[in-house]
Design a protein around this ligand. Structure first.
Ligand code: AMP
Ligand code: MG
Length: 414
């Protein structure tokens, strides 16, 4: 294996910047994505870019809410269980029948749910209140006018704005868009992210490991995190700690994506390939006052926004959570970009470094949060078992058991 390493082991440089300042920097780096028309089903989780005004009413026509018989209510006013009223049934009206078949007095049309109410009928008798006849029907119960009729426009009136710009499109909203006849929707397109992990020790999952090697996991974690918020992620799985290999891998994709996210190779050691490849090329490397995830880099390389995350899996994941997730959501038009925040009592004592904001993995139940695992940034299993992050402020070095802490609800483990 060949190492090309320019960086000496570097001493910590200037003062770290705050989590909030770095988040603002990353948010400013990633441009809003353009508005595009996309097939409705491809808009899950995306943000609607314009108000949707319905061109049709829903329902579009008066229709039956039941399988049964369309009648004039006065014709069956005297019907009872023991003295049924018998009516001839001239036609069937299944759902989808598009011609108009008026109802003559003293008759009943067999009608199915969703089928148009014939002119002349003012109610539907449900099949359960009849003998189900095909040529003639015995109606065993009276119906009030309007019974089991779904009125045109009851749900939506043509000209209504049914969804507002800024709405996050989930299944109910997409169903409604389809119901008003839209095959495509104007949305902020998904952000396109290239994920590139670095490290000569990394091996693709599915292959055997030698001593000294580990499975590469950050690209899966980061790409999945991008997809979870509606973005598109391409994984360039990983490159060794080799500057030429790094540049070659990135060069292929420069024009295709909105953002390059790397992991690894930005710390204070030697063989820091990302630092070596991007220093002096429009990317600034610095420290953020946070644990885990202090060493960071960001900037623009050959016109492409780049965010370089540290390699430890929890550092990478937390950096995504704190900096990239809100920035990518904002770029895709979301207005709610922060996780829900609650206050809870810590079930255990926590120790945190001074002058750095610490995030600890936890599980929350009611108003008690239980830390999961230690602060080590390699402890991925405890991250996967967590459903929240405990935020220990910069000026707090000890959280006593029972102290109230801020907690970010990140979802996940159940
Ligand atoms: P680095 O930031 O490159 O110094 O890496 C810090 C630690 O994270 C080392 O123990 C690496 O082996 C590990 N690491 C770096 N990248 C990855 C990755 N893509 N998947 C899993 N572990 C990684
Ligand atoms: Mg590395």
């Amino acid at each position: 294996m060949r190492y090309v390493a320019n960086s000496p082991i570097s001493a910590p440089n200037s003062a770290p910047i705050s989590v909030a300042d770095y988040r603002a920097r990353i948010t400013a780096l990633i441009r809003p994505t353009p508005v595009t028309l996309r097939p409705t089903l491809d808009c899950v989780g995306l943000v609607l870019a314009e108000d949707l005004v319905s061109g049709v009413s829903l329902p579009p026509f008066d229709n039956s809410a039941m399988d049964g018989y369309a009648v004039r209510s006065e014709d069956v006013a005297d019907a009872e269980r023991l003295a049924a009223v018998a009516l001839p049934v001239p036609v069937d009206i299944p759902a989808g029948r598009t011609d108009i078949v008026p109802l003559l007095p003293g008759t009943a049309h067999r009608i199915m749910t969703g089928a148009p109410i014939p002119p002349g009928a003012d109610a539907v008798v449900k099949v359960e209140d009849t003998d189900g006849g095909v040529q003639r029907v015995a109606v065993r119960a009276p119906v009030a006018p309007g019974t089991h009729i779904r009125r045109a426009g009851e749900d939506v009136t043509a000209g209504d704005a049914v969804l507002r710009a800024g709405t996050v499109l989930g299944s109910p909203q997409l169903g409604l868009a389809a119901a008003i006849g839209l095959a495509e929707l104007p949305v902020h397109r998904p952000v396109r992210v290239l994920v590139l992990s670095t490290g000569s020790e990394l091996v693709a999952p599915g292959n055997p490991l030698l001593h000294g090697q580990i499975y590469e996991s950050n690209s899966v974690l980061l790409a999945a995190a991008v997809r979870e918020i509606g973005g598109e992620a391409t994984v360039l799985r990983f490159v060794p700690d080799d500057v030429a290999a790094f540049h070659a891998a990135v060069a292929e994709h420069l024009g295709d994506v909105d953002l390059l996210v790397t992991s690894g190779g930005v710390s204070a050691g030697a063989y820091e390939v990302v630092k070596d490849a991007l220093t002096g090329q429009g990317v600034e490397f610095l420290r953020v006052a946070v644990q885990p995830g202090g060493p960071q880099g960001s900037g623009t390389f050959k016109g492409l926004p780049v965010v370089t995350l540290p390699g430890n899996p929890v550092s990478s994941a937390l950096s995504f959570e704190l900096f990239l997730r809100p920035a990518l959501l904002a770029a895709m038009g979301h207005t709610v970009i922060q996780r829900p925040r609650v206050r809870a009592r810590s079930a255990a004592e926590l120790r945190s470094p001074s002058a750095r904001r610490q995030y600890r993995r936890g599980r929350i139940e009611g108003d008690v949060v239980t830390p999961v695992g230690g602060p080590g940034s390699h402890l991925l299993a405890s991250f996967a078992a967590s459903d929240c992050l405990i935020e220990v402020p910069e000026d707090t070095e000890v959280v006593a058991e029972g102290d109230v802490v801020d907690v970010l609800l990140i979802g996940g483990a159940t």
